[in-house]
Ligand binder design. Sequence first.
Ligand code: HEC
Ligand code: HEC
Ligand code: HEC
Ligand code: HEC
Length: 449
Amino acid sequence: MRSTGFFFAIVFCMTLTAAIAAIDVSRGDSDASELKADRSDFNVLITGNLLSELKPCGCAEGLLGGLERRAAVISSFKKDKRFVLDTGTLLKKRSEQDLIKLSIIFQALSILQYDLVNLTEDDLEAAIELDLLATAFFELISSSEQADDHDIVTRFKKTATVKGKKLHITIITAKCHTEPFDNLDDYFDKQDDRLSLNILISDDCESSTMDYLEEVESIDLVICPGSTDEPVIIDKDRKKPLFVSTGKLGKYVGRLAVKIKGNELELDYSKIIIDEKLPEEPELTQLYKDYQQMVKEEKLLDRVTATPFPDGLTYLGSDTCKPCHSYEYKEWSKQKHAHAYKTLVDVGSQYDPECIQCHVVGFAIESGFINEKSDKGFRNVGCEFCHGPGSRHAEQVLSDEITPLTVDPKAACIKCHTPEHSPDYEAQEKEYRKKTVHWKEQKTSPNVQ
Ligand code: HEC
Ligand code: HEC
Ligand code: HEC
Ligand code: HEC
């Protein structure tokens, strides 16, 4: 399954030789639906920086990404006319949940028929910990120090037949950031009489690094870390090699379209959007369900450490407020906030700590929602998420002076209505507010501005 090349010397990034003629770079981003009309001879499909994002949360319409939809992009290119590459940084962090995700990602990339995956230091360490390396149906490269111990090399080579000619593809992964620059040119394919496509996956594209890499004659494409969601050409003035990024969170696929013109390659880098119009691949949809099942079985909710409120206040649950605030309770019950937990149940994510925090009251607080066995009053976006824990206020039934709640409920909205989960909120705040009116008249509490 792995690259057979006996090659594990550290690849140094640089050698100083003369730059050669620029290759033609034109841009044209596409919808997957437009790809059929395409006239490229070969395509390298490039993803990276998945950062644990198996699938968009589904909190709003129009969220991009998802491994389930990526399949449609990849399969719109014929197998013999494509090379599918991921540059790594598969996980955002190393939590227990992320490790579950890594095993899912390995399966997904296999189902998606990836040709090659570059594992970063962190990816490799986690994959070793989980014993995943042997499960990959794709080739692996890595510039991590541990790679050698696991027979993973830094260079991958493959020959594809394109328009009846042989195209020699070489992909090298290198730590341009930390290792000194040296002799990189020697490791690429650079015979004049044959067609070659040489790609470097670099962990750094500072301008000094780019200056150096521009002098390496044989490189055609450098894939840089990049911080934007979208795959982009990093510096459009630099054409040989072409410097590009992969984008992040799986929202797009970067596409290097290759056209053969005589003995030259014409390269074009663009992005393909992964949007809701694309169909989901059933095998990957099932895989996500398997993931939800693993999250449930591992009881991840129970493992989140719940802390008490520092001032001894506790949550009581929305039902406690009902007897004294029956009007507000009734109005709130008609609104979407009152069904936020069922919404998660409907999509099977009620056991997922990454979802639950915004769909219940007091997650990770001792007196709040712990898991599905908790009192039903803590489900949903209940009264106390916005008004604060009600213990002192509600317990003083017989007292003349009811302790007012000191939380400004208006300040709560943006804790959950973030740009990622509620992209319309910021522009439509007024409309959102109107939809949540559940009070008769607004007499602002003296404690709240
Ligand atoms: C940061 C808070 C937050 C997190 C975390 C979160 N959600 Fe949401 N979710 C929201 C908000 C806010 C809305 C309402 C968005 C809107 O209407 O603008 C919402 C709405 C939804 C909806 C309803 C969409 C509709 O059609 O009305 C679904 C389904 C959903 N979330 C699922 C999830 C899942 C699954 C996860 C975990 C992967 C998750 N949410 C994590 C805040 C969150
Ligand atoms: C605890 C997280 C949380 C807080 C705090 C929160 N929301 Fe929400 N909001 C949600 C979730 C989750 C949904 C989706 C519920 C569903 O459809 O199941 C939602 C849905 C809504 C909707 C319905 C959108 C639609 O599609 O009709 C409106 C309006 C809204 N919120 C306004 C607000 C306002 C205004 C505030 C502040 C006063 C606020 N929210 C505070 C999580 C939150
Ligand atoms: C999404 C956040 C949110 C939720 C959930 C929520 N409220 Fe409110 N509530 C508000 C906001 C915002 C106001 C308006 C207060 C203001 O503008 O100062 C308000 C006003 C009130 C008022 C009138 C306050 C006054 O100043 O007279 C009462 C009483 C109240 N809510 C009770 C409840 C009860 C009971 C529930 C649960 C059934 C609940 N609220 C759920 C945000 C929320
Ligand atoms: C025993 C009856 C009782 C219970 C239970 C109760 N309240 Fe109240 N609440 C009152 C009274 C009385 C007032 C003050 C009179 C008024 O303004 O309507 C009040 C005022 C409020 C106000 C407006 C003033 C302020 O303090 O900001 C909010 C908001 C509020 N309650 C929320 C809640 C929430 C949330 C719960 C559930 C955790 C709750 N209350 C439970 C009786 C109660």
